[in-house]
Design a protein around this ligand. Structure first.
Ligand code: RUB
Length: 290
């Protein structure tokens, strides 16, 4: 029962029914909390060993966004630090840790929302890519606080997460234009600000985000438009970019049923943006600039 629910969450993450680094981290944190709640472990050792197995199942769901392993590892480390032998007491305390970890992720999200919204000015055009729940939250907050602006977003091939962004923003009342990814140069000409999310911020402060982000950063540099990424510190890692696996997904997401038997089709879904193209990283601790 307990592992079944964890596997279900991992599957939803893998299939991108749950997508975007923060939502993935929150789902993993919630899955671990539920896992403890339903656990039938009779000793501390058994509980910790099961928890690590559950954590590994979740961590293996997607390889690139470090928020996922960071969230799982933080959770497990905190449980390990508790010197409680009685398994029922340990479960009770662990559930509290679960709520704390989830609240911390949510609080960071709320803080970034407010800090990010302060960058948006009236009458601006904001360019975004993919679907970042942090970015849409920033935009909705700015809009709900009276700022009038327009958004241009890419459809984000091959999975089309830009459609989620476009729908979410237009339902919130924000004027939004959807363009194909290859129209980024045309679509950015009149933009004032580029705002994207982040899957990982590496040791060298490189940004790993949805494929196409690095091209968008280059175009922003070309037009001298500020390029910001919204990333809570849970997405920071001490690993270097070349130590992070860039996820490669099923080529069917590109082919969509078309047959190309002799063609090597590759579906790499994240890329790396160099720090020199990044104006600032919006975190819950403020805007970090190099
Ligand atoms: C989503 C993506 C998002 C970041 C940030 O990729 O690249 O920009 O994850 O999102 P995918 P958030 O759809 O492949 O998960 O701000 O919600 O963490």
């Amino acid at each position: 029962m307990e592992f079944k629910k964890v596997k279900e969450t991992a599957e939803k993450i893998e299939k991108m029914e749950i997508q975007g680094a923060v939502q993935i981290a929150l789902a993993a944190e919630k899955a671990l909390e539920d896992f403890i709640f339903y656990s039938k472990a009779e000793t501390r050792t058994e509980l910790l060993s099961d928890l690590k197995k559950a954590g590994n199942i979740l961590k293996s769901a997607r390889p690139t966004a470090v928020a996922l392993p960071n969230a799982v590892n933080n959770f497990i480390e905190k449980v390990e630090e508790m010197e409680i032998e009685d398994v029922d007491d340990l479960k009770r305390e662990t559930l509290e840790i679960g709520s704390e970890v989830i609240n911390r992720t949510k609080e960071a999200f709320e803080k970034i929302t407010k800090i990010g919204a302060s960058l948006i000015k009236n009458e601006q055009i904001i360019f975004t890519h993919c679907h970042s729940s942090t970015v849409t939250s920033i935009l909705k907050h700015a809009f709900n606080h009276g700022k009038k602006f327009k958004v241009v977003c890419t459809e984000t091939r091959p999975f089309g997460q830009g459609f989620i962004t476009a729908r979410e923003l237009s339902e919130a009342g924000i004027p939004v234009t959807l363009i194909v990814d290859s129209a980024a140069m045309q679509g950015m000409k009149k933009a004032d600000l580029v705002l994207v999310g982040a899957d990982t911020i590496t040791k060298e402060k490189k940004l790993i985000n949805k494929i196409g982000t690095s091209q968008i950063a280059l175009i922003a540099e070309h037009f001298d438009i500020p390029f910001y990424s919204a990333a809570q510190t849970l997405k920071f890692t001490d690993k270097k970019a070349d130590e992070i696996e860039l996820e490669e997904r099923d080529k069917e997401e590109i082919l969509e049923g078309r047959s190309l038997p002799d063609v090597n089709v590759r579906n790499v879904v994240f890329d790396i943006t160099e720090p020199e193209y990044i104006t600032g990283i919006i975190t819950e601790e403020g805007i970090k600039k190099e």
